[in-house]
Design a binder for this molecule. Sequence first.
Ligand code: NAD
Length: 492
Amino acid sequence: MRTVPYFINDERVEGSGDLLVYNPATGGVNAHVPVADAQLVDGVVNIARTAADTWRNSTLSQRTNVLFTLRQLLVQHADELAALITQEHGKTLADAKGELARGLENVEYACGLTEHMKGDFSSQVADGVDVHSVREPVGVVAAITPFNFPIMVPLWMTANAIATGNAVILKPSERDPSVSVRLGELLREAGLPSGVFNVIHGNADTVNRLLEHPGIDAISFVGSTPVARHVYLTGTAHGKRVQALGGAKNHMVVLPDADLDIAADAAINAGFGSAGERCMAISVVVAVGDIADELIGRITDRLDRLTVGPGDDPSSDFGPLITKEHRDRVVGYVTSAPSEGITVVRDGTSWADKPGFFVGPCLLDGVEPGMKAYDDEIFGPVLGVSRVATYADAVTMVNANPYGNGVAIFTRDGNAARLFSREVNVGMIGVNVPIPVPIAAYSFGGWKNSLFGHSHIYGPEGFAFYTRAKVVTTRWPQPSESQIDLGFPTTR
Ligand code: NAD
């Protein structure tokens, strides 16, 4: 049985594998993955610190060159990387390539680092005095990532952290860790000096060691809300800057004037793509006014045409869930739904009787706040429908929800859409766009329980997060201009 190696100081390093990596399409064990103990973490931090001291002095053109080459290598190896993702995550090959493409955007954005790293300059702020600002790397970044985007989320963090002159220790999800090791090898091939990018594996103990380690300067975390909260509180208590992105419950509000075919397409794409295992998946369709029956009819027409199957079968629209435990949890929301007063319009739970970790598409009608199927992030192919009377009721529902990652509105009314985007307490809003993941030049982040810390991830906020500001005030006195003045310096 294969054991997934660490990637430390440019080498594959074998560890003894304790955790199991499954092929979710078959339910079989694919590989073992080791758990980094405190000693291993300490060793990697030392390596990364030494590498960071050198890499911070690399030229901007050297960094750009590495990132350009990485982009090329990721494109060249797209099929291989997608196959690795599908094997361990279960998503379709097309979906795996889609996440790689979104990750690539971040590499491309980071290639513009000479522009993004520019400081400001003010001449003659006082007589003979100039001021300029620079941004310098924070040092060593720990990147801790979730299972559901095994290449995109590591690239969200790694591209910008490296571009800004930091060293990175990536701790990917233990459920689909292999593609991160390949990322390390491609970065090595791209010319990144050894020790600047390292991959370690492990569980909560490994993460906690990173959170407490004095040699780590910044933590980028993406995962579930309880862990994000813990990471934020522990990391900041140990003096680190932390951005911790958590879970979600994303609403799609459909106003009575919307094109219902377009809305139904969007609900299917965003609700069932990647088996609903996306932090920006639509979880609840909020039907406003009297359109619910018509909309549900159009959604079920489409849902009945979906094909569930292994991710490497081109005819599959979506694949299995990540683990047996997660599949059983998702099935539980559907089987308990009638006891909460919910109508199960489509029940895909019989898929759970087949090999692998599958659940077929499920549609629940009458999902409301206070019900488990509404309150929890289900993270599976289960779409809920809520019926509300007015636009104001829909806004109240969205704003009362403790999560605030993404939301979408479907309407033909530009003014309603504009009002909605101003009124909702959510970080990313789509107008007739169901999965409004910002392009890499804008930063990604939710509000409320979907993000702890003030910094969104990637884009301009990513560059700011991975750097510290310095402001230099300069005076070149005239010869023999000597003068003693104990007053506080002013510009007047
Ligand atoms: P998770 O929180 O279980 O794991 C994320 C990472 O934290 C993994 O590397 C894991 O090893 C580690 N971890 C797990 N438990 C820990 C603990 N107790 N202490 C310290 N570290 C721990 O998340 P997941 O199941 O891998 O991913 C799915 C979740 O991630 C969903 O909630 C989803 O919404 C969220 N997510 C959010 C975003 C976003 O941008 N907001 C993006 C992708 C996924």
